[in-house]
Design a protein around this ligand. Structure first.
Ligand SMILES: [Zn+2]
Length: 89
């Protein structure tokens, strides 16, 4: 199994810009490739680009982790995430 160095969902979920998988509405946190953050759904093997340099920590990623993450992401399909709605009161 490839280690993906996932950020726990409850941490990722603090950021409103992280939305859900269009198939199940969930996400499994994100992985970094360099400064890029990819949110992923393992169940449906999909990914979407959240943005770049939004969170700290990616600078500490080793070159091995970087290529491991690239390998994982290469097997996942790039999709458009659900757009969060109805959170305003
Ligand atoms: Zn899903």
């Amino acid at each position: 199994m490839i280690e993906t160095h996932l950020i726990p969902y409850n941490v990722a979920h603090r950021y409103a810009c992280i939305t859900g998988c269009p198939l199940c509405g969930k996400n499994d946190g994100y992985v970094n490739t360099g400064a890029r953050h990819w949110v992923i759904c393992h169940e449906h093997r999909i990914k979407w680009l959240l943005g770049e340099n939004l969170f700290e920590g990616w600078q500490n990623q080793t070159i091995f982790q970087y290529y491991d993450n690239l390998q994982v992401l290469a097997t996942y399909t790039d999709v458009n995430p659900l757009i969060a709605r109805g959170t305003r009161h």
